[in-house]
Design a protein around this ligand. Structure first.
Ligand code: TLP
Length: 348
């Protein structure tokens, strides 16, 4: 049976060009700062994002958590949208590593996109001494669990201006910021210019096998390097991975629109199925999250049947299923997934 793996865009395998670059990579010991390929990747990322410096980290989670650590002190709160990855899927690391507490907020319009009034009502800035102060505002673009929706540039600018006026730093979880940039027709630099730090993943839609980048000022990145080591993320001849990252940065952004078109097509098909509900218009990038409550089955059960009988892999969360498109899934794969879903929902 063919496998169509829509669980995540993390499942992509390195392209032939990435594998060649990995085999040929010039390497050195990156803990001494001597890996030329890592150094090139960091310089390239800083240039693309128009930030002073960048650091190659093993995972997006490590990049985010180093940022939380550097922007806060123990006893502070981190304001974040209630479905944010840093809050929901990073093992409570902000409390374990930084001694901070998440202050989750709902977006007033229900989309997952925060506006300044949503944020303002959750802030503790310059208030009573017995209230935990807000240390950081964490944004996410695109917003994974909100269905890959994108935070427009103007909204990011406004939020950051207001936060900075209160001396509050802003970190952007830009795991999929290249998808957001394509969907919004912006550059990644424009979307992340107003924030103090940004993390993006090479290992998601960009298709590299491993790695993420953390960016900010030179001083911030120097400190981040110390924390990466402390967390066990000081790697050695890691140019073999950075080489794939450089190929990913050069080759992948121009094809992300294809993943977005596949996701929209998938959502349009799903909207027609009995018991499944999604507004295809809300699908802006490569993530499709649809509600399955009216099928009478738990999402996990639907996913189990999709996999067992049709070789289609998806992720179930409560009453929702998430399907993520990426370069290893073609238009034919999307059609196959729709046929499979049609079968499974008809059986119910
Ligand atoms: N997301 C994974 C899962 O953890 C849910 C996925 O399959 O989407 N920020 C965002 C917005 C993410 O979606 C992820 C990974 C991360 C950070 C963490 O990246 P890694 O997995 O490299 O630690």
């Amino acid at each position: 049976m063919i496998l169509i793996d829509l669980r995540s865009d993390t499942v992509t395998r390195p392209t032939p060009a990435m594998r060649r670059a990995m085999a040929d990579a010039e390497v050195g010991d990156d803990v001494y700062g001597e890996d030329p390929t890592v150094n090139r990747l960091q310089e390239r990322a800083a240039e693309l994002f128009d930030k002073e410096a960048a650091l190659f980290v093993p995972t997006g989670s490590m990049g985010n958590q180093i940022a939380v650590k550097l922007h806060t002190r123990p006893g502070m709160e981190v304001v974040i949208e209630e479905r944010g990855h840093i809050y929901n899927y990073e093992m409570a690391a902000m409390s374990a590593i930084s001694g901070t507490l998440a202050r989750p907020v709902k977006s007033g319009d229900g989309t997952g996109l925060l506006s300044w009034p949503d944020i303002e009502s959750a802030l503790h800035v310059g208030g009573a001494y017995y209230v935990a102060p807000t240390g950081l505002l964490a944004l996410e673009n695109s917003h994974n669990l909100a269905g890959g929706i994108c935070l427009p540039r103007a909204r990011t600018v406004e939020i950051c201006e207001r936060a900075h006026a209160l001396k509050l730093p802003v970190h952007l979880d830009g795991a999929r910021i290249f998808n957001a940039a394509v969907a919004l027709n912006e550059t990644v630099a424009a979307l992340s210019r107003p924030v103090d730090s940004v993390m993006f993943c090479l290992s998601k839609g960009l298709g590299a096998p491993v790695g993420s980048m953390l960016l900010g000022t030179r001083g911030f990145i120097e400190e981040a390097r110390r924390w990466r080591k402390l967390l066990g993320g000081g790697m050695r001849q890691v140019g073999v991975l950075a080489a794939a990252g450089l190929v990913a940065l050069a080759e992948s952004p121009p094809r992300l629109h294809e993943d977005h078109a596949h996701a929209r097509h998938l959502a349009e098909g799903i909207a027609e199925l009995p018991g499944c509900s999604i507004d295809p218009e809300s699908v802006q990038t490569n993530i499709v999250i649809f509600d399955t409550s009216a099928t009478g089955l738990m999402a996990n059960e639907i996913c189990a049947r999709l996999q067992r009988d049709h070789g289609v892999l998806a992720s179930g969360f409560g009453n929702s299923i998430r399907m993520v498109t990426h370069y290893d899934v073609s238009r034919a794969g999307i059609e196959h997934a729709l046929v499979a879903l049609r079968h499974v929902t008809k059986e119910m």
